[in-house]
Design a protein. Structure first.
Length: 395
């Protein structure tokens, strides 16, 4: 067995690892043998020298992200087996080789036992994004494993890690194709067509995690006037229009996002007369909007990416929900979301309820929403449940 640097935990700090939580915090460490660098493989030991786990070392408050609870040499075969398991799960839940949907998440960090890595499939292109030096160091293993598992079904692999690696590790790298070149950037989701900008768009290019929630929006959109705030690619707008909405308004502060939304509406052969875009910050649009919307969607970017931002985020969520609840038509439906990991489900719900109390409206919760099964939540890592949503009936 190859020798790795050892992380020895303080007395009683091993209980979290025995409960399979995949993070080791720096304050739990008693000693380190060797001189591990950011991204190196390390082994975790208890105070009495019992082996516990193996993971990637990194500087910061989270000192190790665990990827195995068995002593292993994480070579190409090891990582390929991880990716194969993730692929098999997506096949089991019916996302592989579907005619009506060819966009899904293949690797979801801790949910697939690969902390610090995201891989999204867009038709014949895989887009990977590293959030740690450990995963960045093995990107060629990841690339080769995807090619071996998918064969000619994948024609290009794009590494979209420059922004996240600079933020997470401080290193400068470039977004680039690890295999192939850009091919058709159009995908299909539940029969709806979308143009994906994975090279320069937000995240990996598309918010795949809202797939099932977009379907639910469609169920409520027939013959309704719909407002889609923070619209980005206009995906919710496309679903609403195809479901028979009489009018859809898309609001986003980014001109590029508005242009992409309008392109996606054109791709689906939808009636432009039933759609209007507003290139304005949704926080400014909401207080001035008319009070005749039947359905409103609030899907903002993460207001809090860290715990110290939580108070400000709560104020932001309360503000936009108050305006929507106050102005929506009686009998209206509000879809409201938070993708902030630092805001848990109970806190988000209580914030929305607080906004409803202040608005003085009668509100019922119809649905409590989350992320789809290709974003699986590790049962031992509650932090993996980042997407929260509520569907409210308002009178």
């Amino acid at each position: 067995m190859k020798e790795f640097s050892k992380i020895i935990l303080k007395h009683s700090k091993d209980e979290v690892v025995r409960r399979f939580h995949p993070w080791i915090f720096s304050g739990a460490i008693k000693a380190i043998t060797g001189n591990p660098q950011d991204g190196d493989v390390v082994e975790i030991y208890s105070d009495n020298q019992q082996y516990l786990a193996t993971g990637h070392y990194q500087t910061g408050s989270i000192a190790v992200k665990i990827f195995s609870y068995c002593q292993v040499v994480p070579d190409y075969s090891f990582w390929k087996s991880k990716i194969q398991a993730a692929y098999d799960l997506r096949k089991k839940i019916g996302l592989v080789d579907r005619d009506q949907t060819n966009v899904y998440r293949l690797i979801f960090t801790e949910g697939d036992g690969m902390p610090g890595l995201i891989v999204d499939i867009y038709g014949q292109t895989a887009v990977l994004q590293s959030h740690s030096m450990g995963m960045h160091n093995i990107k060629n293993h990841i690339c080769n494993a995807i090619m071996e598992i998918y064969g000619d079904k994948i024609q290009a692999i794009f590494d979209k890690s420059a922004d996240t690696m600079q933020k997470m590790t401080g290193i400068n790298t470039s977004d680039q194709y690890l295999f192939g070149n850009k091919i058709n950037d159009d995908v299909v989701e539940n029969g709806h067509k979308f143009s994906i900008d994975w090279e320069t768009g937000q995240k990996t290019g598309f918010f795949i995690d809202q797939r099932q929630n977009r379907q639910l929006v469609a169920q409520y959109s027939g013959d309704k006037k719909v407002l889609n705030c923070f619209s980005y690619t206009g995906a919710f707008s496309v679903y609403a229009l195809k479901a028979g909405a009489t009018m859809v308004h898309s609001v986003d502060s980014s001109k590029k996002a508005i242009e992409l939304a309008e392109k996606n509406i054109f791709l689906n052969n939808l009636d432009n007369a039933r759609h209007q875009s507003f290139n304005i910050d949704a926080k400014k649009f909401l207080p001035e909007m008319p009070d005749d919307y039947d359905l409103i969607i609030l899907d903002p970017p993460a207001f809090a990416k860290h715990l110290h931002q939580r108070h400000q985020a709560i104020k932001g969520y309360k503000q936009i929900n108050y305006q929507a609840i106050k102005k929506i038509k009686s009998g209206g439906i509000l879809f409201t979301f938070s993708c902030s990991q630092a805001i848990d489900r109970n806190l988000f719900t209580s914030t929305v309820i607080s906004a409803a109390i202040e608005a003085g409206r009668d509100v019922k919760i119809l649905h409590q929403l989350s992320q789809p099964p290709d974003h699986p939540i590790n049962a031992f890592h509650n932090e993996g449940e980042y997407l929260k949503g509520l569907v409210l009936y308002i009178r």
